[in-house]
Design a protein around this ligand. Sequence first.
Ligand SMILES: *[C@@H]1O[C@H](CO)[C@@H](O)[C@H](O)[C@H]1NC(C)=O
Ligand SMILES: *[C@@H]1O[C@H](CO)[C@@H](O)[C@H](O)[C@H]1NC(C)=O
Length: 440
Amino acid sequence: MGIIGRKRRPLEDHHLLLVTFFVAILLLQRAVVESSMLNDTRYRHTSSLRLERISRHLNKINKPPVLTIESPDGDLIDCVHKRKQLALDHPLLKNHKIQKMPTEMPRGMKVKMGVNDRSSDIEGEGVKQETWQMWHLNGTLCPKGTVPIRRSTVHDVLRAKSLYEFGKKRSRVSLSRRNDAPDVLSGNGHEHAIAYTGSSQEMYGAKATINVWDPSIQVMNEFSLSQLWILSGSFDGPDLNSIEAGWQVSPELYGDSRPRLFTYWTSDSYRSTGCYNLLCAGFVQTNNRIAIGAAISPVSSYASNQYDITILIWKDPKVGNWWMSFGEKTLVGYWPAELFTHLADHATMVEWGGEIVNSRANGQHTYTQMGSGRFAEDGFGKASYFRNLEIVDMDNTLTSVHSISTLAENTNCYDIKSYYTNEWGTYFYYGGPGNNPKCP
Ligand SMILES: *[C@@H]1O[C@H](CO)[C@@H](O)[C@H](O)[C@H]1NC(C)=O
Ligand SMILES: *[C@@H]1O[C@H](CO)[C@@H](O)[C@H](O)[C@H]1NC(C)=O
């Protein structure tokens, strides 16, 4: 506490007493909150033992905030001191020193990166660039030196299959790779409409601009997401490494149907390492404006305003951490190099696109929508898009992707069509309504 080796003055003793007093009050408050939670009628069917386990887990992952901001959508955004964030609890990050800035941005960025700027630069045809996060409407921001973290609640955990599965992704067994193409094995109900690069080159990052919609989800445990994947290792092996980010609608994870900014990582093929967002130790956040897991607002509407987000993920060529930026110039944070095996070197495949879960609740194909709920051929203003697909090459330079392959398991349910123009580079429309006469 900085007083070792110095003579304590009486004033400092006084301070120490005061601090101890306030800490005691805080702990007392917490204990009261927890025991009243145990009495809440909503949890009458949950055993008190389970609620105690859940509350112990939540105390571990929700770090004590300096300030809490209430979002109009009901989220609580905790401003947590940067050095108190959950990431640093990871056993591999015991002596981790937080990297403030990447040592180098990828070359070929259109604008210079800053820490807290708002995106507003590339104006596409009829595209508004005002996409931000709903909690900003509160008007209060997280103070310097803290990071905004969406607080997890008992409800969040109770919606998951189990405490163990909270924040985890059930393994993505449906994609296996043959001849360098993701090859679909039917099985767990995950359906995709994606574009991907071959593995003939070493990749050190990827970027895309994705427009945001609020697809409807038919069943609580289904989801609809639009993201990029940075992959390394073998789909068939036990240690596929994956870094993922984009927007998702997941009633199970968030308790509502809003599209939210999300991240995900795993270093063992979706088995036990990694999780969504900041629900386990791993991702180190550096930004005080972007909350991972928070709702994106506004969203695109049919034949009207289109709102998109830009995500870039790349490997710091000197330090090896995988950084993420949001918009054209906002650094969000990074996945430390220590978390990965194959990605400690480079990515062997990049994918962009949509994924839904089809649980076939009534024996029918789900009505859960992908993208805007429209097929690719509906085009601009109607279908969802990914534009300006780029990868970061071994010289840390962003280059437009020129050859991509596309894949959709059942184009009667969801499809994808890719194009190229000078302004949008390589881009594609994708998505669909799910259940319809051709997809019964
Ligand atoms: C919770 O309920 C038990 C039994 O119904 C009661 O004894 C206890 O005082 C209650 N605790 C709180 C914090 O309301
Ligand atoms: C902003 O958050 C504070 C602190 O949680 C809350 O008291 C306040 O009502 C919120 N304001 C708005 C406009 O939502």
